[in-house]
Design a protein. Structure first.
Length: 148
């Protein structure tokens, strides 16, 4: 009886999983489609990943940076800064300190630090390449991802 219940649970889990994960038929073998890099996302230093897999605060606010995979729920994630492992004493010291200026620093919200350049709003910058909320662009300008 226990084996039959386990078998039924496994079969149900397989069907639920296969209904939520996109498959591509290659001959007789099925392969899971993994997210792949796309140029608009790479230009801003990001990687394409499932939206729910982006760590908190790393999902880029602009949709469409992974256009070929957008319909699969893939979005562009970009780490704010590189995380480095801390030893135990550094972790203890860090927890004792209080931040002098909580929140974003002035440099973090500039267009240039986000790999962009301020251009006139009438310029040719596609919506998927625009970065909103930067502090150094004038009102008649938008921040556009710099295309080298």
């Amino acid at each position: 009886m226990c084996c039959q219940i386990s078998f039924v649970v496994c079969v149900l889990a397989y069907f639920v999983y296969s209904a939520t994960v996109p498959f591509e038929k290659i001959g007789e073998v099925q392969a899971i489609q993994a997210p792949f890099f796309e140029l608009p996302c790479m230009r801003i230093g990001g990687t394409c990943a499932k939206a729910f897999a982006c760590p908190t605060g790393t999902r880029v606010g602009r949709k469409g940076l992974c256009p070929d995979q957008q319909e699969l729920g893939i979005e562009c994630c970009r780490p704010n800064r590189v995380a480095r492992p801390l030893d135990q004493t550094q972790q203890e010291r860090k927890s004792e300190r209080k931040p002098a200026n909580p929140g974003k620093t002035e440099g973090e919200n500039k267009c240039i630090t986000r790999n962009g350049v301020c251009i006139p709003t009438i310029g040719e910058c596609p919506p998927s390449m625009q970065i909103e909320g930067t502090s150094d662009c004038r009102p008649e300008e938008i921040c556009c991802i710099y295309n080298q």
